[in-house]
Design a protein around this ligand. Structure first.
Ligand code: MOS
Length: 742
């Protein structure tokens, strides 16, 4: 290969992501990067106390700073009709009524906002805003908090808890997990622009443009079409973009107040207090088996932290109701109000937390039973039906995943007794766990615009948060229409496009893929219909029989029959052909239960001198139904595994209980897994389409990539050193302490 070949190859458009080149060249615009004329900047001022009331705010000094245009406070603000009264605030479900209360619920709560011509002026002036507070007592420490609110059970108790009395093997332990924070690379930011008195345009980092659109239409009592939201490129979300947070409303208020477009970008510390987090949790899990290893009874109790102004339920016990037959089951949950901002869904929400307790306990049972942990799972997984609803699973292949994963990690090398494998100062261990997720699907619309030159544009409002949705859409459109990929462009992340649900809860591709699948078929039928006005052979052609090539439409069963696009457009007097469909769940939901699953395996080394855990290899097999793009899907699974390593070993939102402050709220203080912490991660899939979930056969994958990772790691640590770590993150100090206590 010559030098020129190398160069041309290097600049060849990669097969990978449809947005790849735009992202890596910086051409793609993140929310804060749009250029809007006459823009000004808003900077939030955060409360310095965790609880109380604002007595007075002093803005005079800040106002004197050159370039300052105005300062918004709860006493000086534009009207937000949807938050005009206490009742409306409640009804809005907006959460924190930012600038609509003098109450302070947490440290870091926005209490004022400086708007200035430059970011520098606004930032400097914000530092000069002072407040006088009436301080209240507060509670930020989840572990010692007294108050808790019990939640209604999500489903009925199964069987009878008295069964425990007759079970020879019982594990009854408690598990604690610290709060984790999403920390996407791209900071949350919004450009708010009132292009008319009653027309709002937003460039905003989020995971669902239609959700943001609906929220502001409601808050400002506008028709939805008067709110336009762009979120075309998103630098990660992990759940933090599924809600409209206070800073987004703040930017919209700022733009209203000064009648200019306003840009507001959170700082990393502001993100820690402003866009949710995985709440701290406590769990008790009691599980019992008979002598043959049949898991017969479970009691799962959980608590998660929430804020003082909203009740957030993380759904921790849900997963326990999902995986195993467990004929006798009781789950209970409660929430603990704290002087912190409201938590939200984060990477495998609820299930990640719940399965850590469940899968740690099942692993512990396997040692008591002297049974291989894989075998114990295979014996107890409810493969036929959803244990709660009794509906048969549409498809469920966790058993295959377990067998495949065991091979990939080399499970036969595992020794059942801890501390059996060593290498110098390192103990080596193997662990595994399973994860499941209710596979959802929501109504989504997609459209295709077909041009005379054979190029098509596939559209949906859904935002691609980095998961590869756009690429998946291109893959499906290519597969169904036969149009080559370089002629298929994708438009998404814009509320004016055909509406779609938010991208979250592993429902993104499973919702939108159905719509793209159907609209691709509709395009073929529509073009055949137009062609039939020229050549009657196209009349009532079935879509399987229609071929779309570079410049003409033809029939598969009669290659002599064709009509050129030129003629088709001319004779029908067309400028373009547009088809749009809506695809939504139907009767299949009454007949089947749907799940995604994953089997996680890992091999770790634990250093007996330093307590350091080094993950040597992770193998994970996911069942996500049809895999539309193997590369993007595998990326999601391996990325999720890295998130799981963070959750297991590093991530922790550290809080000073005396001051009520977040004390590690930046990327120096908050540790997550980086490249050096990521081992070889081998990903495989079951690759069997689910024939019932949607026309494409794809189930979600995002969440199951992480759900079982942390317990697989903790279980491998046990296998290595014989110590059961029930509190996350498992930092070296905890391991050293445990090793030394023995
Ligand atoms: Mo997620 S927590 O499905 O963005």
């Amino acid at each position: 290969m010559g030098f020129i070949d190398v160069i041309t190859n290097r600049f060849k458009k990669p097969e990978g992501r449809v947005e790849g080149v735009e992202k890596v060249t910086g051409r793609g615009k993140y929310a804060a990067e749009y250029e809007v004329k006459n823009i000004c900047y808003a900077v939030l001022v955060n409360s310095r106390i965790p609880s109380g009331r604002i007595k007075s705010i002093f803005t005079d000094k800040a106002k004197e700073v050159e370039g300052v245009i105005d300062i918004v406070t709860h006493l000086h603000k534009p009207i937000v009709p949807g938050l005009a009264t206490e009742d409306k605030i409640k009804e809005s479900k907006f959460g924190l009524p930012v600038f609509h209360t003098d109450k302070v619920f947490f440290k870091g709560q926005p209490i004022a906002m400086v708007i200035a011509d430059t970011l520098e002026d606004a930032t400097f002036a914000a530092s000069l805003v002072e407040a006088e507070y009436e301080k209240d007592s507060f509670s930020v420490d989840f572990d010692s908090a007294k108050e808790s609110i019990p939640l209604k059970a999500e489903a009925k108790e199964r069987g009878n808890q008295e069964v425990f009395e007759n079970l020879p093997f019982i594990i009854d332990e408690q598990y604690n997990i610290k709060a984790d924070v999403h920390n996407p690379m791209e900071m949350h930011a919004t450009i708010a622009h009132w292009t008319a008195n009653d027309f709002l345009r937003l460039y905003d980092k989020n995971q669902g443009v239609n959700n943001v659109q609906k929220t502001f239409a409601k808050l400002f009592e506008l028709p939805e079409k008067n709110v336009e939201v762009f979120s075309e490129f998103v630098g990660g979300g992990f759940g933090s973009g599924l809600r409209v947070w206070p800073h987004v409303l703040a930017s919209v208020m700022a733009a209203k107040q000064v009648n200019r477009p306003v840009k507001l970008m959170l700082t990393r510390p502001q993100m820690f207090a402003g866009t949710g987090y995985r709440p701290a949790s406590w769990q008790r899990l009691k599980i019992g088996a008979d002598k043959d290893g049949n898991l017969l009874a479970v009691l799962h109790q959980s608590k998660n932290g929430t804020s003082k102004y909203e009740n957030f339920n993380d759904g921790i016990t849900r997963v326990t109701r999902l995986i195993y037959k467990l004929p006798n089951l009781k789950t209970e949950a409660a929430i603990v109000p704290l002087n912190l901002s409201t938590p939200t869904w984060m990477r495998g929400p609820g299930d990640c937390t719940g399965v850590f307790a469940l899968e740690s306990a099942v692993d512990e049972l396997s040692y008591q039973l002297k049974m291989d942990p894989v075998e114990l799972r295979l014996k107890n997984i409810s493969l036929e039906k959803h244990p709660d609803s009794g509906l048969p699973w549409s498809t469920h292949f966790l058993d295959e995943g377990l067998k495949k994963g065991a091979k990939m990690i080399g499970w036969e090398a595992r020794k059942p007794n801890p501390k059996s494998i060593t290498d110098g100062d390192w103990y080596i261990g193997y662990g595994m766990a399973v994860g499941m997720w209710n596979a959802g699907r929501r109504e989504a619309k997609a459209a295709i615009i077909f041009h005379k030159d054979g190029n098509i544009v596939v559209q949906t409002a859904m935002t691609d948060i980095g998961t590869g949705t756009g690429t998946g859409m291109q893959n499906i459109a290519h597969e169904i229409t036969g149009i080559s990929k370089d002629k298929i462009s994708i438009e998404l992340g814009n509320s004016s496009l055909p509406p779609a649900p938010s991208q979250g809860g592993s429902t993104g591709l499973s919702s939108v893929s159905g719509a793209v699948y159907e609209v691709s078929n509709q395009l073929k039928l529509k073009l055949a219909e137009y062609a039939s006005t020229i050549n009657p052979n196209f009349k009532d052609a079935a879509f399987e029989n229609i071929i779309l090539s570079e410049s003409k439409i033809s029939l598969k069963n009669n290659s002599a029959v064709s009509v050129s696009y030129d003629e088709l457009f001319e004779k029908n007097n067309l400028s373009e052909v547009r088809v749009e469909v809506s695809s939504k769940p139907g009767d299949e939901q009454k007949k089947y239960a749907f799940c995604s699953s994953a089997a996680h395996f890992c091999k770790v080394r634990v250093n007996k001198r330093t307590g350091k855990v080094k993950i040597e290899k992770i193998a994970v097999v996911g069942d996500g139904g049809k895999i539309i793009n193997s590369q993007a899907a595998a990326n999601q699974m391996s990325g999720a595994a890295v998130g799981g390593i963070g959750m297991a070993l590093m991530e922790e939102n550290q809080i000073d209980a005396k001051l009520g402050s977040l004390i590690a709220n930046d990327l120096a203080g908050y540790h997550f897994a980086v490249n050096a912490d990521a081992p070889i991660i081998e990903v495989d899939f079951i690759h069997k389409p689910d024939p019932n979930i949607n026309p494409s056969g794809a189930k979600g994958l995002g969440e199951v990539g992480i759900i079982g990772t942390a317990p697989a790691i903790a279980n491998a640590i046990y296998n290595a050193i014989g110590l059961r770590m029930r509190d996350l993150p498992i930092t070296p100090d905890k391991i050293l302490m445990a090793l030394n206590q023995r």
